[in-house]
Write a protein that binds this ligand. Structure first.
Ligand code: PMP
Length: 390
């Protein structure tokens, strides 16, 4: 019997080592990682510059109270502000915590405008985390079931539907913000329609709402730009980040701009470990390596290459509904549930994921090269064809 709480449906492999896009299990078998720890390892596994930066920082200072070690955090906040156009940052330890900060920020913002019951518009099929506020915000009954009572203060609309948001604005005067993933990850790699984010920005401007983007999965280079919203030309009020920011070292961030950046005051919010010197070193090195190795361009090019290869190999099949995504965030939607593909892929030395029951999701490291990408596409396409014919 395991002493671990029974929260994960474990897969029959334990990895012992990683390097770049490769992982090795305890028996020495090698796997190609097209999942990157679910979007965490943009630099690939154990990038030497990341390892060196962590070792150096670990031997210098790992942690003190947030009242004393603001220096490293300021460096990181300033770098993120320059890359995103935001004004400031709050650091925490995960995506859920970054979204908690955004939700609390929106509620404070609402109370500041004399709205007693601030309401945040959220999307169907969204995923924002597993804490009570973030699972309430998520549009997925599976993560909510059994945890009732859920929180109040959320209004849900379909993703990619501007009219539904407009209707909420007409009927609900308590709305203070919209929280949306620019590209939905867990919900099936759903891509925003042209002008969707611009439309949301416009509605926020008209109504005095904050536009809050959850870039936990699609941010930090995953989409081929630093941030996914940068494909749309708009500027949000709040951005949440985690996953790829620390390359596997737990860090989350809530960035804010303008009025939103003025909302929190000392004493409003805190996190013991949030943004300690060790995780800031990991994040600063991650951003530095993405730039030095031109990984945004690589993500864009290799992602386009993979989608076009998948289209060439699979698009004609009647049970392949759609091949979509942006950069190295790739979804292949089939017409039937395909969870069993994950174990089959593992047997063939490939890590993939299935989300929303019918969507094969790939989130390869941003360092993936064309030759490795070709291997991923060939192995997976063969597997999908066998699965659909069985
Ligand atoms: N937001 C999004 C868009 C996510 O994909 C995830 C994780 N899958 C989260 C939030 C939650 O992040 P964490 O597991 O770090 O709390």
């Amino acid at each position: 019997m395991s002493n671990l709480m029974n929260t994960y449906l474990q897969l029959p492999v334990t990895f012992a080592r990683g390097e770049g896009v490769w992982l090795w299990d305890e028996t020495g078998k090698r796997y190609l990682d097209a999942l990157a720890g679910v979007a965490v390892c943009g630099l690939g596994h154990c990038h030497p510059k990341l390892v060196a930066a962590l070792c150096e920082q670990a031997g210098t200072l790992i942690h003190t109270s947030n009242l004393y070690h603001i220096g490293r955090q300021e460096q990181l906040a300033s770098r993120l502000a320059a890359l995103s156009g935001m004004d400031n940052a709050f650091f925490c330890n995960s995506g859920a915590e970054a979204n908690e900060a955004a939700i609390k920020l929106a509620r404070l913002y609402g109370h500041g405008r004399n709205i007693d019951l601030p309401t945040i518009i959220v999307m169907e099929k969204s995923f924002h985390g597993r804490t009570m506020a973030t699972l309430t915000a998520s549009g997925n009954r599976k993560v909510q079931a059994g945890f009732e009572p859920l929180l109040t203060g959320f209004a849900r609309v379909p993703y990619n539907d501007l009219e539904a948001v407009t209707q909420v604005a007409v009927h609900n005067k308590n709305v203070v913000a919209i929280l949306v993933e620019p590209y939905q990850g867990e919900g099936g790699v759903n891509v925003p329609q042209a002008s969707y984010l611009q439309g949301l920005r416009h509605l926020c401007d008209q109504n005095g709402w904050l536009l809050m983007l959850d870039e936990v999965q699609c941010g930090i280079g995953r989409s081929g730009k630093w941030f996914a919203f940068q494909h749309s030309g708009i500027m949000p009020d709040v951005i949440t980040l985690a996953k790829g920011l620390g390359s596997g070292v737990p860090i989350g961030a809530c960035l804010a701009k303008g009025t939103a950046a003025e909302v929190f005051k000392p004493g409003n919010h805190a996190s013991t470990f949030g943004g300690n010197p060790l995780v800031c070193a990991a994040a600063l090195t991650t951003l530095q390596v993405i730039e030095e190795e031109d990984l945004l361009r690589n993500a864009m090019e290799v992602g386009d290459f993979m989608r076009s290869m998948f289209k060439a190999q699979l698009a004609g099949l009647p049970d392949v509904r759609q091949i979509r995504g942006q950069g190295l965030m790739i979804g292949i939607e089939l017409s039937k549930p395909c969870g069993e593909l994950v174990k089959e892929a593992l047997k063939r030395g490939l890590l993939i994921n299935v989300t929303s029951d019918k969507v094969v999701r790939l989130l390869p490291p941003l360092v993936m090269q064309r030759s490795e990408a070709e291997q991923v596409v060939d192995t997976l396409s063969a597997l999908v064809k066998e699965f659909l014919m069985a």
